[in-house]
Design a binder for this molecule. Structure first.
Ligand SMILES: *[C@@H]1O[C@H](CO)[C@@H](O)[C@H](O)[C@H]1NC(C)=O
Ligand SMILES: *[C@@H]1O[C@H](CO)[C@@H](O)[C@H](O)[C@H]1NC(C)=O
Ligand SMILES: *[C@@H]1O[C@H](CO)[C@@H](O)[C@H](O)[C@H]1NC(C)=O
Ligand SMILES: *[C@@H]1O[C@H](CO)[C@@H](O)[C@H](O)[C@H]1NC(C)=O
Ligand SMILES: *[C@@H]1O[C@H](CO)[C@@H](O)[C@H](O)[C@H]1NC(C)=O
Ligand SMILES: *[C@@H]1O[C@H](CO)[C@@H](O)[C@H](O)[C@H]1NC(C)=O
Ligand SMILES: *[C@@H]1O[C@H](CO)[C@@H](O)[C@H](O)[C@H]1NC(C)=O
Ligand SMILES: *[C@@H]1O[C@H](CO)[C@@H](O)[C@H](O)[C@H]1NC(C)=O
Ligand SMILES: *[C@@H]1O[C@H](CO)[C@@H](O)[C@H](O)[C@H]1NC(C)=O
Ligand SMILES: *[C@@H]1O[C@H](CO)[C@@H](O)[C@H](O)[C@H]1NC(C)=O
Ligand SMILES: *[C@@H]1O[C@H](CO)[C@@H](O)[C@H](O)[C@H]1NC(C)=O
Ligand SMILES: CC(=O)N[C@H]1CO[C@H](CO)[C@@H](O)[C@@H]1O
Length: 770
């Protein structure tokens, strides 16, 4: 019986197998062209030699000096030393091409050169803008180093758009082994782009901190996951040659390119020119929406097979006699086939159609007896398959659900629930079914955004409630811990300016969190969306600052155990329909009870908001949240991004630029023009000074969050009470005596105009000199 089951399952697997896209038995190359180089088949539009490829972009050379021979893409890629080199082709699929060239995929920087002449800096720059390739989102940039920043720019034309960054970090000098996602390594995924500029910087010099630990840092472009399995010796980071020689694997990883035809063109436009149109006989054209450039691909029509770029041939469905119920009754037609039934029977005769049904009379029954019997047997077999599969699936699903529940910290949560009944009250457990229904099976069209931790989907529950569902990107124990952490954390918090967690689902491979849906997007987007009908006015900005500071003050001091958010940034601040701010994303948050006095942890957070003191000491304090909030305040004042790719050196950091402007008595240089227009100068100065105190490099000198909230509240109240709306910001001069990054407590300010601003009573905070 058991063998039968095994046999049945094997049969089932075979009957469900899918045909490979490139059919090896039909010609996949142009007549007279080589079809393979070494072990790799080269299908048209790619081709070896002149006239064998569609055009020069798909031209491949076969280097026979290797054994087996190696194919190369002729399309030249500019390597860092200025000479042309090309990609070795590893594999070609219907939509993607896997290539490698260690020179082009690597960026390195060695600091304090001069005493070591072996090493040289190199940068990583890829530009496919005019070529039919894009970097697939299966790639990522992995950077190796201690205290190094990798900046990734993916917008060819606008330096201020499309930039991301990550910091590779080592905790202390006793660390000796680097491991991705743990120490000495950071990774950043890239979405489908045609341009990439990767640069390495020394974090310590950006912040003026003390000496570097290792001299070199590296960044590699490769596929997600490829670099995760290797450990490396951190001390090898002192010398470029040593590091590369000891980690040869890093140099041989391929990257994936999505390929298509004619970037900057879609099917409708392409089809208008019949000479250049690449989709040949019996094929369909499909637009490539997945790339930032457009372009198209071709596919054989249904009922045809072959290479769509050469022309597709009719499939002779009758060849193997599998399609029709009765033997010999199959007629192949162009793009399809027909089956006939013996006399006395009607129907389409197709196995997967209505088959043949007896009309009447005992003769017909006999005539078709044999084949009908066989067919019945097959139907029986197939239906057994179906039920067997279904049964197996059901059992598997149940087992999987149980496994996931455990793996996802369901037990951890249950434990928490048993010790704290409050969690159960506030956190609802959703079933997978319910959430799949709510999100259309996690359809791509429902994606709201993508965070460091995972995807966020929009969904509608059966009761009509709109929710946001967060799904972790990878199955990783650390992330599971963060998810459970977020559940426990948020179930303790009730505040109108903190996003509400409705419940979670632990039955899936990755745990899912369900939140109230906040409709007006992130503060980050609202600040920059100039096209917006309702650009954020100064009054609204101030209101948002008050709300966020109140939420943080509440987390720091009003909850039973203090909670540090640890990832305050404008993309984690959501705005609802009334522009009420809601703080979100508590994945990295910690309540202080979990880890008593100091939170000595792996540095987490987003560069640009990261407290330099925390970076240096690895000790997260409540003042680290204050620093990050200070950066958000500066964003509200200036409308600029926390890191700028267009600037160089320390100017890259908005916080530093802001502090420099404050020191140079030049606040108006950096303020957003709309803020300058709408805000009264005393308000702007007060908020700017508060931001400056939050950004003090010395955490002890930063105000407490509840002090920040109180000061902002007073500024807001004085704004509403003030009637003199025409006292606009004029030439403000800020004067400061000490060096900017050391202390900023002793400000004086004067105005060049005669408009002496009333002191003390109306604006007591402006003369704050703690
Ligand atoms: C490839 O084409 C041949 C001949 O047309 C056909 O018999 C075969 O089933 C096809 N193979 C696949 C995998 O589609
Ligand atoms: C396939 O290629 C071979 C060799 O180039 C040629 O002889 C043959 O006619 C081609 N077949 C088709 C269907 O194009
Ligand atoms: C492909 O490259 C080879 C060698 O570089 C060259 O001789 C040939 O003309 C090229 N063909 C096309 C179509 O660009
Ligand atoms: C540039 O790098 C390539 C690839 O490593 C190498 O073959 C070539 O000799 C180098 N050219 C110069 C001028 O250094
Ligand atoms: C090429 O890709 C195909 C399909 O993705 C895969 O089956 C095959 O193993 C790959 N070949 C190599 C050499 O990586
Ligand atoms: C190499 O890069 C580092 C960091 O960007 C820089 O400080 C150094 O001056 C560069 N060295 C050379 C020789 O270009
Ligand atoms: C190494 O570089 C330094 C400074 O750039 C130079 O003075 C020295 O002569 C170089 N040494 C060698 C062996 O090239
Ligand atoms: C670059 O982006 C900025 C801000 O998004 C925008 O104001 C500017 O017009 C853009 N420049 C170009 C050339 O697209
Ligand atoms: C790392 O490399 C250094 C120098 O090559 C060596 O002394 C040390 O033992 C290595 N450490 C480990 C953990 O392999
Ligand atoms: C059609 O494409 C061919 C080949 O790319 C080109 O030479 C020709 O100018 C195009 N015709 C039109 C009308 O665009
Ligand atoms: C591409 O975009 C068009 C229109 O924007 C849409 O109709 C089509 O379904 C999309 N195709 C894919 C494969 O997503
Ligand atoms: C699959 C994917 O990430 N597609 C994106 C590629 O880039 C374009 C434009 O940048 C986006 O619109 C797609 O959603």
């Amino acid at each position: 019986m058991l063998e039968h089951l095994v046999f049945l399952q094997i049969f089932c697997i075979f009957s469900l197998a899918v045909a490979s896209p490139w059919n090896a038995t039909t010609n996949s190359t142009k007549p007279g062209c080589l079809s393979r180089c070494g072990n790799l088949e080269i299908p048209y539009p790619f081709g070896i030699g002149s006239k064998c490829s569609l055009d020069t972009y798909y031209n491949i050379t076969c280097d026979t000096s290797f054994d087996p021979p190696k194919p190369y893409l002729v399309y030249p890629v500019l390597s860092f030393n200025g000479s042309d080199s090309s990609y070795e082709v590893v594999n070609i699929s219907e939509t993607q091409i896997y290539v490698k060239n260690s020179e082009v995929q690597l960026a390195k920087a060695c600091y304090g050169m001069g005493f070591d002449n072996k090493t040289q800096n190199s940068s990583l720059l890829l530009d496919f803008f005019f070529y039919p390739y894009t970097l697939s989102n299966a790639n990522q940039v992995t950077s190796f180093g201690c205290d190094d920043l990798v900046m990734i720019q993916s917008d060819k034309f606008n330096e201020s758009d499309g930039g991301v960054a990550c910091v590779s970090y080592c905790r202390d000098s006793s660390d000796s082994v680097g491991i991705c996602q743990v120490r000495g390594c950071c990774q950043t995924s890239i979405s489908n782009v045609s341009f990439l500029d990767v640069q390495l910087y020394d974090m310590r010099s950006v912040w003026g901190l003390d000496h570097k630990r290792f001299r070199c840092s590296f960044a590699f472009l490769g596929m997600i996951g490829d670099y995760d399995k290797y450990n490396f010796n951190l001390s090898h980071l002192n010398d470029s040659t040593t590091f590369l020689n000891n980690n040869k694997e890093f140099m041989s990883m391929p990257l994936v390119l999505d390929w298509g035809i004619a970037p900057h063109m879609d099917c409708t436009v392409a089809a208008q020119n019949s000479t250049s149109y690449a989709c040949k006989k019996n094929s369909d054209c499909i637009n490539l929406n997945s790339t930032d450039l457009g372009g198209y691909q071709c596919r054989c029509k249904k009922g045809y097979e072959g290479n769509p770029y050469l022309g597709c041939q009719d499939i002779n469905e009758c060849m193997n006699n599998h399609e029709c119920i009765s033997y010999g009754a199959c007629t192949n037609t162009e793009g399809s086939y027909q089956c006939s039934c013996p006399s006395g029977y009607s129907g389409d005769g197709k196995r997967n159609g209505s088959g043949c049904i007896q009309i009447s009379g005992p003769h017909g029954k006999l005539a078709i007896g044999v084949s009908l019997g066989a067919a019945m047997g097959l139907v029986g077999l197939l239906s057994t398959c179906f039920w067997l599969n279904k049964f197996q699936k059901k059992r598997k699903t149940k087992k999987r659900k149980e496994k996931f529940f455990k793996q996802n910290g369901g037990l951890l949560l249950q434990q928490q629930i048993s010790t704290d009944e409050g969690i159960l009250e506030k956190t609802r457990l959703f079933s997978v079914k319910e959430l799949e229904k709510a999100t259309d099976h996690f359809s791509e069209s429902r994606i709201l955004g993508e965070g460091g931790q995972g995807m966020v989907y929009k969904g509608m529950l059966s009761d009509g409630k709109i929710v946001a569902i967060k799904k972790s990107k990878v199955v990783d124990e650390n992330q599971v811990e963060q998810f459970i952490n977020e559940i426990v954390m948020l179930s303790q918090v009730i505040h109108r300016n903190v996003v509400k967690l409705l419940g979670c689902c632990l039955e899936t491979e990755v745990p899912l969190l369900v939140y109230e849906f906040i409709c007006n997007g992130t503060l980050y987007d609202r600040i920059r969306d100039k096209s917006d009908e309702f650009p954020l006015s100064w009054t609204m900005r101030l209101k948002i600052a008050v709300e966020v500071s109140e939420a943080l003050a509440y987390l720091h001091s009003a909850t039973s155990i203090p909670i540090y958010h640890r990832d305050i940034k404008s993309t984690n601040i959501l705005l609802d329909e009334k522009y009420v701010a809601k703080v979100s994303d508590f994945g990295t948050s910690r309540s202080i009870a979990m880890d008593h006095t100091h939170l000595t942890t792996l540095v987490k957070g987003t560069f640009g908001y990261l407290d330099p003191e925390y970076f240096q000491s690895s000790q997260f304090t409540e003042k680290s949240d204050v620093y990050s909030f200070g950066v958000v305040l500066v964003e509200l004042l200036t409308g600029q991004r926390p890191i700028s790719f267009a600037k160089t050196g320390e100017e890259r950091s908005l916080a530093t630029r802001f502090l420099l402007c404050m020191e140079a008595d030049n606040l108006e240089k950096i303020l957003d023009s709309q803020v300058l227009e709408q805000g009264k100068r005393e308000e702007l100065i007060a908020v700017a000074k508060l931001a400056q105190r939050c950004l003090n490099l010395n955490g002890k000198k930063r105000p407490l969050m509840k002090e920040v909230a109180a000061e902002l509240e007073i500024i807001k109240i004085s704004q509403t009470h003030s009637t003199a709306s025409d006292t606009k910001y004029q030439d403000i001069q800020l004067r400061k005596s000490k060096a900017i990054l050391v202390s900023d407590d002793d400000y004086t300010w004067t105005s060049t105009s005669d408009n002496i601003i009333p002191l003390a009573d109306a604006h007591p905070l402006m003369i704050h000199t703690a």
